[in-house]
Design a protein around this ligand. Sequence first.
Ligand SMILES: Nc1nc2c(c(=O)[nH]1)N[C@H]1C(S)=C(S)[C@@H](COP(=O)(O)O)O[C@H]1N2
Ligand SMILES: [Mo]
Length: 383
Amino acid sequence: MTEREIEGEWLMGWPDRRRPQPLQRKDTDGRVSYQRSPWAELQGLITPTDLRYVVAQLEIPEPLHPDDWALTVDGAVERALRLNLDDLRRLPGRTVRVVHECSGTDADFFDYLRDGGERPSQFDLTQPHTGQTSSGEFTGVPLATVLGLAGLKPGAVTVQGRGFDHGTPAEFATGTARYVPEDIHFEKALPLEKALDPDTILAWALNGEYLRHVHGAPLRLVTPGWSGNWSVKWLEQLEVRNDSPPLYYQTEYFVYGDEGDDNNEREMITTMGVRCVILDPRHDDSFSAGLRAMRGLAWSGGGRIERVEVSVDGGASWSDAHLEEPRERWLWTRWSHRWEPAAGTHTLMARATDEQGRVQPQTPWNYLRKNHDGIIPVDVTVA
Ligand SMILES: Nc1nc2c(c(=O)[nH]1)N[C@H]1C(S)=C(S)[C@@H](COP(=O)(O)O)O[C@H]1N2
Ligand SMILES: [Mo]
């Protein structure tokens, strides 16, 4: 018999289950600078903070004490503002529960599903493009409230958020970009409509605690439904602009299109596609016949999940899976499907539909392989 899982593991002095572990990269001072989340091993709806993924495109900046920090709001506004954390906390707040996903997650499946070849992994954190998905409960104030205090001038088109981190883009984050800028800040110019969405917030807390440095303290943007890179961390400035500027992380790196396209044909990445992942069973699993549950998670950049369909015959026929409550607009939905497989090999698939009627896949092949949301088949053997 295999050793019982609970034995030999101690947490807070008591025996407990083995905890899923993130994969970490640390700098020479032992600080985490990059982390992959064991999200697929977790239960419930919220990723524990220390198991979240962490991505920094530039250098992780030196921490700023909240007392030494303020947010500047300027540009095309009636009144330029300088707000400290107390000023922000005096405003009527808002909490949103969201899935964040780095746009490179599952990238290798673009080529695998098109061309075949060696199957990439969705779950092995040592493989490329895994574990960059996490959910969380963020607390802050709607960006629209702060913009309302400043007063938008007519002609405002974007709100450019700037992080106080800067540097030269890391090698992993240049792809086949046509130029790599030298010393830039992390900046994104959010289209006004998304900036004014009441669920777009300036957050100072995550999962019931003040934001940690790696996640963008003292203040970060949270843009529910939009690819992770829009949620600018370490915010120091919001500049309201009358244009949509050609920022590296907006028109060069996080874009769709093909390598040969000229600049004007590259579409910036905004809303995430529709995602549905089978967490159990896993590809190449074998098990004995009898009743079991297929289960997984589904989420969408377009809002609440309305339907998950599963196929146990490689897509020939589909049936509805059970959607577990609650189903929140920006969070993922747990789903399950009771299934009694016969002996043999089976190809399992799952696909989701969101509240806008969007079904997978939404995102076409693109040369930077961003925002993969294809249907990934899972082969299992039943003895
Ligand atoms: N200032 C700043 N904000 C940033 C980034 C960054 O490098 N600097 N990375 C972006 C990317 S690519 C992602 S996926 C998310 C990651 O957020 P997390 O590290 O809190 O998970 O933050 C985004 N916001
Ligand atoms: Mo990202």
